[in-house]
Design a protein around this ligand. Structure first.
Ligand code: ZN
Length: 361
């Protein structure tokens, strides 16, 4: 009972002005498992009175966190009060606590390997931070008062409902936490077996893979905060695709990994192009990936180009889409000349197809 009262009092305190403008009723925040019939019984009023006071088209549909005006019991006064125009605020999704005005996740039910875009509108200026599992989200302004961020759903992401956490901090220092449900669906990636000769297998040694992964992690932790790219990425080369993103791979019958990008079958020496505007974050020979370039596109987005015979850019260099950054080769863990191209978001591999086809934001 004490908890319930605390919630009610907090809600009344925060919304005193809005409630007064409405109907001299108190404001209640809907909690899990509650419906309008229960609330009507508890408050000694009717479902119809609650629906009228809150302009509910369907009183059976209320959401956890939604704010409801508690009718004062005077049905006639409430009916009249409900015709009073609401206070002049930007459009506000009733299920959201201030300062969140609206939040959109697209898609809301991503498949493994997809990139999710979060768009947030606020009723007052606030600094946004966010988290999804191990990812720290980076927000940028959309130029129209809203903010957006991206979330990587890895190819091996756990299926089912997960939660994105957003925190808004207003100028007064008040913080509001918002939990957004996200449903991860199966990417239905095929599984393939690969058998490598002894010398190539040597390159799969855990210490080599780990060392290289740590080298890359260090790069993905830094980088530009704001987006450097605009619109869709371009493909780094034109050529037949021999391995697709996300395919599960079992090397010599061992644990399944997945293919982290797209492989293009190309002759040695074919030019490799930058996919979008960015800054070269890494250009060096690596044991497994061979001659490698990673370009930082800002906001935690990187594109990677592996196995090249030649590197034509240096770290710190700004590149333009289409600029030749290297040449196709077969260096590192490779069985023939090809280009491996991948996109990382917060260090996690996501499908490059989405970035090349539709693009973000
Ligand atoms: Zn590859």
């Amino acid at each position: 009972m004490r908890t319930w009262l605390a919630v009610l009092l907090a809600a009344v305190g925060l919304c005193a002005t809005a409630a007064a403008a409405h109907a001299q009723g108190d404001v209640y925040v809907v909690r899990p498992g509650e419906n309008v019939s229960q609330l009507a019984a508890r408050w000694g009023t009717s479902v119809e009175a609650i629906a009228r006071a809150n302009g509910l088209a369907n009183p059976n549909l209320v959401l956890v966190g939604q704010r409801l005006i508690v009718p004062s019991g005077d049905g006639g006064a409430l009916a009249a009060a409900s015709t009073v125009p609401p206070p002049a605020l930007p459009h506000r999704d009733l299920a959201l606590p201030a300062p969140f005005a609206s939040v959109r996740l697209s898609p809301q039910q991503p498949r493994q390997g997809q990139t999710v875009k979060i768009e947030v509108d606020l009723v007052e200026p606030a600094r946004l931070t966010g988290r999804f599992q191990t990812e720290t989200l980076r927000f940028a302004g959309d130029g129209q008062g809203g903010q957006w961020a991206l979330v990587a759903i890895g190819p091996l992401a756990v299926l089912g409902q997960q939660t994105v956490y957003l925190t808004a901090t207003t100028a007064s220092g008040g913080t509001t936490l918002l939990r957004l449900p996200l449903i991860v669906r199966d990417g239905h990636y095929p599984v393939e077996d690969f058998y490598l000769d002894a010398e190539t297998s040597r390159l799969l040694a855990p210490e080599l893979i780990e060392g290289e992964a740590q080298r890359l992690e260090a790069i993905f932790k830094t980088g530009e905060s704001l987006p450097l790219w605009m619109g869709p990425f371009i493909a780094p080369a034109d050529g037949p695709i021999t391995a697709n993103f996300g395919e599960r791979r079992r090397y010599n019958g061992g644990d399944a990994r997945y293919h982290e990008g797209i492989d293009y079958d190309l002759a040695t020496g074919t030019p490799v192009r930058a996919a979008a505007h960015g800054i070269v974050a890494l250009a060096e020979p690596l044991t497994v990936r061979g001659n490698t370039v990673f370009i930082d596109h800002g906001m935690g987005v990187y594109s990677g180009y592996f196995h090249m015979s030649e590197l034509l850019v240096s770290p710190g260099e700004a590149v333009k889409p289409g600029q030749v950054i290297g040449r196709v080769g077969s260096t590192g863990l490779s069985t023939g000349p090809h280009l491996h191209w991948e996109i990382r978001l917060h260090g996690i591999n996501v499908s490059p197809w989405e970035w090349a086809e539709g693009g973000f934001p």
